[in-house]
Design a protein around this ligand. Structure first.
Ligand SMILES: Nc1ncnc2c1ncn2[C@@H]1O[C@H](COP(=O)(O)OP(=O)(O)OP(=O)(O)O)[C@@H](O)[C@H]1O
Length: 312
């Protein structure tokens, strides 16, 4: 009986997917440089085709910007399916936001934090089923100095991590790679001075890292803030003001759960706009890519992108 019920619900879901997707045109942009981007996504593509989508695959390379591809071709499509990690999604963010095309995510990256935030399964076939089913949500984007991001932007320790964690290391070690390189950088990290302008005040702080999150997860399963969602209209900032790296160790469980704001040496608040200034220019990374330098002006861009998400 159990098996029969399961088969019936599969058939019903497939029918619903076909009703929603039949005849819709989807551009499929796969980043071959993402961790699993070089592998086959044939099975995921087949799920989309079986649901009735007309798929046109568009090549993206190091020099080709996914946003440009989306903007240039938006008139001919109903949705843009992006196969890659968080770097690829950020690369597509401007095009998605300006074109209004709905985003389908095939998580082919290392961390896939945006997929995690939205509850999209890491398995590309299951993720394709979510796209075919057609349930949508509208999410915010973060912006720093004109660069858009889905999950998080940081200054300090994790920007150094982004600089040192090579593509090769990510491909080889996956999220374990983050851990190994992070431990090495942590041991030599020192506090630096920042001026934080927000909500009419300026705070001078000494910090090891400032993170500004739009979504919920980053860094392969860390949490920006336990109540954060990608559609809450807020940026969540936290600053690690610990004086020795080893004090960070006791914060690790909180950093995973997003409860770090409860510690005395962590400053945390919600805002919609914040500027961070440093004495010397410091690099800013968005989801592992170095994109700009301080002074860094962050703001929330509410309700910017429609995304296919699991029901509920
Ligand atoms: N449209 C694109 N075409 C080609 N390369 C891209 C594109 N967008 C991003 N990249 C580059 O591809 C590399 C890998 O992409 P991405 O960051 O998506 O995967 P990942 O690093 O494996 O996953 P994650 O960011 O989830 O950890 C990044 O260094 C990024 O700069």
């Amino acid at each position: 009986m159990k098996n029969r019920g399961f088969l019936l619900s599969d058939v019903i879901n497939q029918k619903r997917a076909v009703q929603h997707s039949r005849g819709k045109r989807a551009m499929l942009i796969v980043n071959p440089r993402a961790r699993r981007g070089g592998g086959s996504i044939d099975a995921a593509r087949q799920v989309l085709v079986d649901a009735g989508l007309q798929i046109e695959e568009m090549a993206t390379s190091k020099d080709e910007n996914a946003s440009e591809l989306i903007s240039r071709n938006a008139d001919h499509f109903d949705m843009a399916i992006v196969g890659g990690g968080d770097g690829t999604l950020n690369n597509a963010a401007a095009g998605l936001s300006y074109s209004g095309l709905t985003l389908g995510v095939l998580p082919l990256g290392t961390a896939n934090d945006f997929a995690r935030t939205m509850g999209i399964p890491a398995d590309p076939v299951k993720a394709a089923e979510i796209i075919a089913a057609g349930h949508q949500a509208t999410v915010d984007l973060g912006e720093v100095n004109g660069h858009l991001f889905f999950n998080v932007a940081s200054i300090g320790f994790s920007a150094e991590l982004a600089g040192e964690l090579t593509e090769h290391a990510k491909k080889r070690w996956g999220t374990l790679g983050y851990g190994i390189v992070a431990a090495r950088i942590l041991m030599r990290s020192r506090l630096f001075t920042c001026y934080v302008d927000h909500d009419g005040t300026t705070e001078k702080i000494r910090t090891m890292q400032v993170s500004v999150g739009n979504g919920r997860h980053y860094g392969g399963g860390m949490t920006v803030e336990e109540t954060a969602t990608a559609d809450d209209g807020w940026l969540d900032l936290y600053s690690l003001e610990v004086d020795h790296w080893w004090r960070l160790l006791r914060l690790l469980p909180s950093l995973r759960k997003g409860t770090q704001g409860q510690w005395d040496d962590v400053r945390a608040f919600k805002t919609t706009e914040v500027t961070i200034r440093t004495k010397q220019p410091r690099p800013v990374n968005t989801d592992g890519e170095l994109v700009t330098w301080t002074p860094a002006h962050f703001r929330i861009r509410p309700k910017s992108v429609n995304v296919f998400v699991p029901k509920g």
